[in-house]
Design a protein around this ligand. Structure first.
Ligand SMILES: *Cc1c(COP(=O)(O)O)cnc(C)c1O
Length: 358
């Protein structure tokens, strides 16, 4: 007899490591190119000396630091082993088997997985023509089984951001029993007026998710957080995997908040590069949705696999989404130049379906 494994898991693809090779330019995972600041490295190095002890399971020091940073109460904050863990916990605390989770598609690849693992049912609402959320269609998809809605703002992988007014009218129309997760993993790169922390204050069904993995440059250390009314925060605590936010992660996050000004200043440089790359691509004939994050999306449809392969061959790793598109993370100027040198050749433009004059 073989061990019994939930049969429905067969439809979740087994993990396949992304392609990587020495010298590759990694523009596939929306990481920052720069490593942690010296002050953060020093704090983590110091914390290693106490690694024989369990971390604080309540992440009290981190949560208090976050609360004062965000001007909320500690009872409004939960920490997670990356915000992807908090996505999973939100499904666990809201859904009984067969309940529905609505999200836009394409969006963050973890949503379908955490939904299915949580025995809930995905309701995927196609993006609008401009590759942003179709909020009217998402409202129309709400049923009496809907328990959770993910809004990825800015949207990964397409980059579009919703405005405060768009989000407010959406949130006002969602029944207050349905939890809305505003996934703001790229908040720091957005210059839209939408700020989940403002929007959750008078809405007990809204939870904001943010992470230290992107603008704060700690993707390898694994720490993110949720901000919501205490009912949701207390529930998240009940399904939290004990001690999953390591002591090093808590320390690194606190040290990063102390250096927030310096880290956030880096986002201006990324935004300038995002504009430069997008403009160059558009001038060469590419379609590139406006992005409020640290990446740009090329909706190349059936040309996507060939394009991503050619990029890999040329030493640049980008992310391919089936036959929908590819996403390129904005790296440092040299890395972006390398991508543009690839993307703007006649041969590669042909691969992207751009008519090249003879
Ligand atoms: C990267 C990302 C996250 C979270 O990443 P963690 O490393 O788990 O904190 C969450 N949502 C979206 C949309 C992301 O792109």
């Amino acid at each position: 007899m073989t061990p019994h494994i939930r049969p429905d898991l067969a439809s979740i693809p087994a993990y396949v490591p992304g392609r990587n090779f020495p010298g590759a330019i990694k523009l596939a995972s929306n990481e920052t190119t720069l490593g942690p600041l010296p002050s953060v490295r020093d704090a983590v190095a110091e914390a290693v000396g106490h690694a024989n002890r369990y971390p604080d399971n309540g992440a009290v020091a981190l949560i208090e630091t976050l609360a004062s940073f965000l001007n909320v109460e500690p009872a409004n904050v939960a920490a997670g082993c990356g915000s992807v863990t908090l996505c999973q916990e939100l499904v666990q605390v809201t859904c009984d088997p067969g309940d529905e989770v609505i999200y836009a598609w394409r969006s963050f690849e973890a949503y379908p997985v955490v939904t299915q693992v949580g025995h809930a049912v995905s309701v995927k609402v196609p993006l609008a023509e401009d590759f942003g959320h179709d909020l009217d269609a998402m409202l129309a998809a709400i049923t009496d089984r809907t328990r959770l809605i993910f809004i990825c703002n800015p949207n990964n992988p397409t980059g579009n951001a919703l405005s405060k007014a768009e989000l407010e009218s959406f949130l006002n129309a969602v029944p207050s029993s349905v939890v809305v997760a505003l996934d703001e993993a790229y908040y720091e790169y957005s210059r839209s007026d939408a700020d989940g922390i403002e929007l959750f204050r008078n809405r007990p069904n809204v939870v904001v998710l943010r992470t230290f993995s992107k603008a704060y440059g700690l993707a390898g250390i694994r720490v993110g957080y949720a901000v919501a009314h205490p009912e949701i925060i207390v529930a998240l605590g009940k399904v939290h995997t004990p001690f999953s936010v390591s002591a090093l992660a808590q320390t690194a996050a606190i040290a990063s908040l102390a250096a927030a000004d310096e880290l956030l200043a880096r986002t201006d440089a990324v935004i300038a590069e995002r504009t430069r790359v997008r403009t160059a691509l558009i001038e060469a004939g590419y379609t590139v949705p406006e992005s409020s994050a640290n990446f740009v999306y090329l909706p190349l449809l059936e040309l996507s696999p060939g394009y991503a392969d050619a990029s890999t061959e040329s030493g640049i790793l980008i992310r391919q989404y089936g036959t929908e598109g590819v996403r390129m993370t904005i790296g440092d100027p040299d890395e972006n130049d390398a991508f543009l040198a690839f993307a703007l050749t006649d041969e590669v433009k042909r691969l992207a379906g751009i008519g090249v004059s003879a």
